[in-house]
Design a protein around this ligand. Structure first.
Ligand code: 0RQ
Length: 490
């Protein structure tokens, strides 16, 4: 079928599941055709909106096109698109921000409504219903089973030879679920394809490049953060708290995460290592080529186009070193805890007691979502949050008296690292954590202000001053700079 013909199968109110994870592995032509259809219906005065399930964020052809067409009934579980973000924050699009590992099972449990149509990008599809995904898996096995119609976008920009890179499996629902037999990063437990009743499949051909952007070059601050992370690991190994053979690493998405991996790769004292993560970024591919990363298990190849072209040119080399799994396996806490994964994620802000806000700017505006950070943080061997000490030219401190929204609590956060140093929160009380975070991580300009805040007469386990805990945020909202903080009753 053509993309327009396939799009016409989607009806107003349908719930649509999309393949992929981040821009990687997402369909690109049918969603744009759905957006066009929505615009045509709206022009005729007819309603047209769909519910959207995805693996994580998507490319602009999904979230951007459908947001601009005002065609979204609801959206879950994660997004990074600026047009969609605006539609969410204006109240137009209801957004349900959830842990990525949970989505497939919550669809199966029936918590979120049915899936009418699945749209899956593939590099190959066979007569008997075998579908080979491209760069990302996400929730594809579940939406393919649940949907009444499966539209396969057969994208010949991706080589058929990708078959063998994926490990596709769907978990059974309780009370029939058993252990997940992933005992090492390299273990494969499923098939190299999705299998769907062929009578449900419709094929749309395309030849469309990936929609991946490139990373910002590593700068002074991100380099310092990366070096602090690497030095922390070296100390942990030297003092016997981490095996000298090292442990598998998960690192979040974005510029800082990419810079952290690059710094780890350069450190001579960190042994060659493996990655058990969700997004495999450019730095992983570079370190694989140099031999520093021996194997990577993930949910997607979220790399720039020059990087994916490099992978495709040397596919056999990378197929021996990469496995792409569904998000309910790549992000599964059972496996993360068993393997002893080191979780490194980025915070928007942290409070001095160790709570983390990864999602809400000033407590109200959605940035992206919790993504997989919670999946990994809670189950990890050691959970690390990294952040530059300030944002917006120093007008915002990443270290505040109280986070304005809480994604990861003090109970799950073990280490916080900024360009200034490493705050080790393990075994420390809230007052001790506050001292540690202010001295080791906060920007020197903000340290006296944070000490002023702590210098209160509040008794109890946690010296939270409810009159002043949002004074930094209030100063930013009123004057555009947290340094203009004014305390109440001080
Ligand atoms: O703004 O883009 O206008 O310059 O936030 O910040 O420092 O470039 O960091 O790109 O790594 O993103 C938490 C959003 C960090 C991301 C977050 C502003 C800052 C800048 C981006 P500009 P940086 P990153 C794996 C795990 C949750 C999901 C997750 C994220 C922009 O890492 O979404 O961990 N994490 N998933 O200026 C206001 C603050 C700010 C701030 C930074 N306190 N207040 N703005 N910024 N701090 C991936 C998946 O799950 C798929």
């Amino acid at each position: 079928m053509s993309a327009d013909e396939a799009a016409s199968l989607v009806k107003n109110g349908d719930n649509v599941g999309f393949s992929g994870f981040t821009h990687a592995g997402c369909p690109k032509v049918v969603p744009v055709a759905i957006a066009k259809l929505a615009e045509a219906e709206h022009a005729k005065g007819n309603p047209f909106k769909i519910g959207m399930f995805t693996g994580a964020s998507t490319g602009d052809s999904i979230d951007g096109a459908l947001a601009r067409a005002h065609a979204i009934k609801f959206r879950t579980p994660y997004q990074t698109n600026k047009d969609l973000r605006s539609a969410i924050n204006s109240g137009e699009v209801p957004y349900f921000d959830m842990h990525l590992s949970s989505l497939a099972q919550e669809i199966r449990y029936g918590f979120l409504g049915g899936v009418d149509i699945a749209i899956i990008e593939a590099c190959d599809v066979t007569e008997d219903g075998e579908i080979v995904p491209t760069c990302g898996v996400g929730i594809s096995p579940t939406i393919a089973q649940k949907a009444k119609i499966v539209i396969v976008e057969l994208n010949t920009w991706n080589p058929k030879g990708m078959r063998g890179m994926h490990d596709i499996v769907e978990l059974a629902s309780p009370p029939h679920r058993q252990e997940i037999p992933v005992y090492t990063v390299r273990d494969r437990i499923g098939k190299d394809h999705l299998k769907v009743d062929p009578s449900k499949i419709i094929v749309v051909k395309s030849n469309t490049p990936n929609e991946g952007g490139s990373f910002a070059p590593v700068d002074e601050v991100t380099t310092k953060i990366g070096n602090n992370v690497a030095n922390f690991f070296i100390k942990e190994m030297a003092e016997g708290r981490m095996p000298k053979t090292f442990l598998p690493v998960q690192s979040g998405v974005g510029n800082i995460a990419n810079a952290v991996l690059a710094a780890m790769g350069e450190s001579k004292e960190i042994p060659d290592f493996e990655v058990y993560t969700e997004v495999i970024q450019d730095a992983v591919i570079d370190l694989m080529e140099s031999g520093r990363i021996k194997f990577a298990s993930g949910c997607s190849l979220t790399v720039s186009n020059p990087c994916i072209e490099k992978v495709y040119k040397n596919l056999e080399f990378f197929k021996e070193r990469i496995v792409l799994r569904p998000s309910e396996i790549s992000n599964n806490q059972e496996v993360v805890r068993r393997l002893g994964v080191i979780a490194i994620n980025t915070a928007l802000e942290a409070d001095i007691f160790g709570n983390i806000n990864s999602t809400h700017v000033m407590g109200t505006k959605m940035m992206n979502g919790i993504g997989g950070s919670g999946d990994f943080t809670r189950g990890s061997y050691v959970s690390i949050f990294v952040t530059p000490s300030t944002a917006k030219d120093g007008k915002i401190s990443a270290f505040v008296p109280s986070v304005a929204h809480e994604d990861h609590s003090e109970h799950s956060v073990k280490i916080i690292i900024s360009e200034y140093g490493v705050a080790d929160l393990r075994g420390k009380s809230p007052r001790q954590r506050a001292e540690e975070i202010i001295e080791k991580c906060a920007h020197p300009e903000y340290r006296p202000l944070l000490r002023e805040y702590l210098n209160n007469n509040v008794q109890g386990q946690t010296p939270l001053d409810i009159y002043n805990c949002y004074a930094f945020h209030k100063a930013f909202l009123e004057t555009g700079d947290m340094r203009n903080v004014k305390w109440e009753n001080k």
